[in-house]
Design a protein. Structure first.
Length: 376
């Protein structure tokens, strides 16, 4: 480092080593200040203390040419106070194209995201240009309201697909979704395996107030992390859960019951292996949702008498608006089906009653205006 401070030709400097910052930054400062050709500075894995960060910030301020185009500070245990000082020191670096900061998820809070949102290099927190562009649209409120956000582990040219791969930062995706005011629909076909990544994404998602449609498929999810979104988003009208491991139906039921705005018009559970007890709890939570137009519990294997009576409470409470009921792929007998039909007696708006692929039930006399599907 002693010799480095005299160099004036190096354009890119990268230091990646787990070391105490005090032992390097003070000796590196003259190089940063006087090397007018320095364009890219990457300091990774260094243990920065506040004094060390202050030395780096002073060096950046004293640099007269301010010609940096890239500053990367990944995994340096930076506190919010440290970040604030570095960001302030970068004032005047008009050629800066890339600021890359990536701390462990456990060290982040809302202030961390707020400080960096407008200056973070989106390419550093995504795995592809397409994903970076999606984050830009979310961040800048340049989202097309007609487009849903699809989060999957595969790509598609149809719509806005965020193809999640190694290198995608779920905390930032959640943050930008939470801040966006234009997005209306989100379809989750994939979530990360690590719990801290799921929690970081959900924390951001739960801040959103514009999403009207949420579709979750083939994901293992703890509904306690999604509850704030269900409870607080008054614009949510369509909630669909397909092949989701609902291992905490109580949290889902509690969130539905605590919603101030009972504004759901579409609710669907499919392939979730709900017990009759879980179905009873969820049904009880939905009894106040009188504006339900579409309701479905499909491919649930077994819905017994208690389950049918639970569904009946929903049908009776939403009888004025209910248009479609989908119960395909379940195991009913004629007695249970009669229980459902009786509960739907006053559902004068009902047009579609889907019992496709249901076992052990025959065709009962049902109102002529119902369009019945009962193929096996």
């Amino acid at each position: 480092m002693e010799g480095m401070k005299h160099n004036r030709s190096i354009k890119e400097f990268r230091f990646h080593h787990e070391i105490e910052g005090d032992s390097i930054i003070d000796r590196l400062a003259p190089f940063i200040i006087h090397n007018t050709n320095l364009k890219q500075l990457r300091l990774l894995g260094i243990h920065f203390g506040l004094d060390c960060v202050h030395s780096l910030a002073v060096a950046l301020i004293q640099c007269q040419h301010k010609s940096l185009t890239c500053l990367s500070l990944k995994f340096n245990n930076l506190s919010n106070v440290a970040l604030e000082e570095i960001i302030a020191a970068l004032s005047g670096y008009n050629q800066l194209e890339s600021l890359c900061v990536k701390e462990n998820l456990s060290r982040r809070d809302q202030k961390y995201y707020d400080m960096l949102a407008q200056i973070i290099d989106l390419k550093c927190i995504t795995s592809s240009k397409k994903n970076a562009e999606i984050l830009r649209k979310l961040r800048d409120n340049a989202w097309n309201e007609k487009e849903d956000l699809d989060v999957a582990d595969y790509d598609s040219d149809c719509g806005e697909y965020f193809c999640s791969e190694e290198g995608d930062d779920w905390g930032w995706l959640g943050y930008f979704v939470g801040k966006n005011e234009q997005i209306r629909g989100v379809n989750l076909y994939n979530l990360p395996e690590e719990d801290d990544e799921v929690d970081a994404f959900m924390e951001g998602l739960c801040r959103n107030q514009s999403i009207e449609r949420l579709d979750i498929r083939r994901c293992e999810i703890d509904f306690s992390s999604l509850s704030p979104f269900i409870v607080n988003n008054g614009n949510l009208k369509d909630l669909r859960l397909f092949d989701v491991d609902i291992f905490c139906a109580h949290s889902l039921a509690m969130a539905l019951s605590q919603r101030e705005h009972k504004s759901l018009t579409k609710f669907c559970l499919s392939g979730n292996n709900l017990s009759n007890e879980a179905l009873e709890e969820i049904s009880a939570a939905l009894t106040g949702y009188s504006y339900l137009e579409e309701f479905g519990v499909s491919e649930n294997n077994l819905i017994g008498r208690d389950g049918c009576e639970s569904l009946g409470t929903i049908f009776r409470s939403s009888a004025l608006y209910l248009k479609e009921v989908v119960l395909c792929g379940n195991d009913f007998d004629d007695e249970n089906l009669q229980t459902l039909a009786t509960a739907l007696t006053n559902a004068t708006t009902l047009r579609q009653f889907d019992l496709s692929h249901c076992r052990n039930c025959s065709l009962l006399p049902l109102p002529a205006h119902w369009r019945l599907s009962i193929s096996k």
